[in-house]
Write a protein that binds this ligand. Sequence first.
Ligand code: ADP
Ligand code: MG
Ligand code: MG
Length: 883
Amino acid sequence: AKWVYGFGNGTAEGNAGLKTLLGGKGANLAEMSNLGLPVPPGFTITTEVCAWYYDKGKTYPDDLAQQVELALAAAGELTGRRFGDAQNPLLVSVRSGARVSMPGMMDTVLNLGLNDVTVEAIGRAAGDRRFAYDSYRRFIQMYGDVVMGLDHHAFEEILDEVKDEAGHSLDTDLSTEELISIVERYKALVEEELERPFPQDPMDQLWGAIGAVFESWMTARAQTYRRLHDIPADWGTAVNVQAMVFGNMGETSATGVAFTRNPSTGEKALYGEFLVNAQGEDVVAGIRTPQDITEKARLEAGSERPSLEVLMPEAFAEFQTICDRLEAHYRDMQDLEFTIERGKLWMLQTRSGKRTAKAALKIAVDMADEGLLSHEEAVLRVEPQALDQLLHPTIDPAAKRDILVTGLPASPGAACGAIVFTSEEAEEAKAAGRKVILVRVETSPEDIHGMHAAEGILTSRGGMTSHAAVVARGMGKPCVSGAGALRIDYRNGTLSAGGRSLAKGDVITIDGASGQVLVGEVAMLQPALSGDFATLMSWADEVRRMKVRTNAETPADARAARQFGAEGIGLCRTEHMFFDGDRIVAVREMILASGEEGRRAALGKLLPMQRDDFVQLFEIMHGLPVTIRLLDPPLHEFLPKSDEEIAEVAAAMGIDADKLRERALDLEEFNPMLGHRGCRLLVSYPEIAEMQARAIFEAAVMAGKSTGAPVVPEIMVPLVGLKAELDLVRGRIDAMAEAVAKETGVAVSYQVGTMVELPRAALRAGDIAATAEFFSFGTNDLTQTTFGISRDDAASFLGTYQLKGIIEQDPFVSIDRDGVGELISIAADRGRAVRPDIKLGICGEHGGDPASIAFCESVGLDYVSCSPFRVPIARLAAAQAHL
Ligand code: ADP
Ligand code: MG
Ligand code: MG
């Protein structure tokens, strides 16, 4: 079999298409060589050898050694040298390279092949003994550290001692003699620590380094990184062995890194840094301060030290030409590594450059304008999730961070305000025009108004799917949840962490992107929704098939969603309207009424409030579809708890408080989420559905008149499992429609449909579609009921499931295609079989998750609905899913 792929001198056995086999670095070295760019010759040992190494008890294929020797000889021939030769030795670097770039893997070993004999030979060949010993001391340190496992500090101590003794501040000041003495001391150190000499045989050195690359694939560091980035362990790494070129051959030599465009702003300008008389990682290691590559960047930075452009104009000009060529060839911004040896430029690496969301957007739009990409390709270039960074204020990367504590990055964006500990305080502060951060151990539905009033939310308990996290994401508020090290003392109005204590009123800043909680006010950058963002979104809209709606119940959310491009409301959760201010008392009266009459009286109080809500929403949505879900949560959630609350409701109802308390106790449930909720409430108390339907129809008439753009309300019945449930509720709705039409003289067109959120509903979708004009997949509950896992409790064990590889992803974050997805696809098919034009959509957290959106596209849903701040993400993800 072929285990080794050579490259160099304008050709290569591999190419950029072979990343799986050659790793990213190897495939791109081959590609650059094929393009005729100056790449030092070398070869790549494939990832298949890595797989062999681990499958077969850490051994190599029999014919590997021979293939390596041949490839080594070929590389030597191209450079006019021989590996291990005493007169004219070839030196190489040994570099790891997985399919995707992966910190945590083995560090590169440079100058391999040096020993006490070859060091003199390369010194003679270069006419520079100092350079030879500089390379040798670097080699022993690198090899000792990454291959032999010695602590690099021990080497650095020796280096510092010699520098101190000689009174030098920089490595470049060291004389030949001093370097020779460093080499001697390094070798002695190795021998002392390991009780064997530093390997002098270049072949031994080479196989030691190759083995170390394969070993590094399974280090704890690498495994952790893979787990965090969903990289499978069986990918393996390749090994690149490449002839050395030397950036440390004096003042006409240099090494550097560059991006073809600015990776933080996206600006179209070569951007990078270099060091004269240096090697490899010196630039990133911060040994000396690097210099700017272009004159433009130097001027902008106000640096005194000359740019590469001025210092080595010829090498610079060639480099710039190569940058342009590579960018045009790969049609993407490139991240490059290069070395200049005595004025001659060598390319050592190219890959697609990492960039901020802002840069990604600008680069995609610019490249399309430059004709490098089509609009479709540009749309595919920006990761939808990355837009999150752009839609919220973010902490200025240049700002200083004084970290108090770190929790989970539960909802993106940064927010700053004074600490408050209750929702009431948050509301008061908001009314007084003050900005606050609501700090709670955890939040509950009663905190919704406080969360709305606050700039951001911080909790000490709860995971990424806790109440605080889910609601904050829905509102587009920054949130840090589960900051376990945070101690909150409600009584004294203080919080503390890491030995520091802050009080109510003290200012903090939370960073929902990193989970950091910072002391004081920190500078922020505001989002920009125009320019490149608007351009790319318009291209996305051109190609997408699915509509994107929003989940919204407040005018503020509805307005925000329209600004973000929502094409209607896919889910208006009416119960959220019931927690507001005085309404909760009327709601409690309704729930606790002893009979239908009392209930109707309380509902009568709610009707005008509910109608007003809908009028506002309908006006804002201006003719776009609005799906309103009838009352869904267990009544349990609305029950008064404190004595104060009970007294308040009792007074309003004119009954005895103790009596009321008893009734409230009667209504408590063991398992409310599987209890008296959803359409079950409406079956028990159809007058609730009637009130809500009346409010909807009357509001539709009013908003139709005021805007001239009549909405078509879509009335959604939650938690249906049986067709008969829907039939009963639909009967009441239809009757109310007729009644309102008669009273107002305006017949509103409307639809009645259902949430599909129970497995039974999905399976019996054919029956249900006879009555339902639309289905909306309520995937939060559908996931909960399909798995039988309570999403409020899942955080405590789903993490373990992920660690142990039982599930790959949290099914509450990204849809479980195999199970929940199959139910959705069954329901879609069976529903369409009975009612071909049935409208299908998804609401719930998954509606804003790109992977779930791709699934929705694959089953042909008509729309996705998500929280306002996720609307742009969904627009882009829906476009990508359709391409
Ligand atoms: P990483 O993946 O950490 O970037 P690399 O394998 O790219 O590691 O090596 C790091 C640096 O080592 C390169 O940027 C380059 O400066 C230097 N280097 C690697 N191979 C050679 C070589 N053959 N000649 C000169 N320098 C090299
Ligand atoms: Mg590199
Ligand atoms: Mg539900």
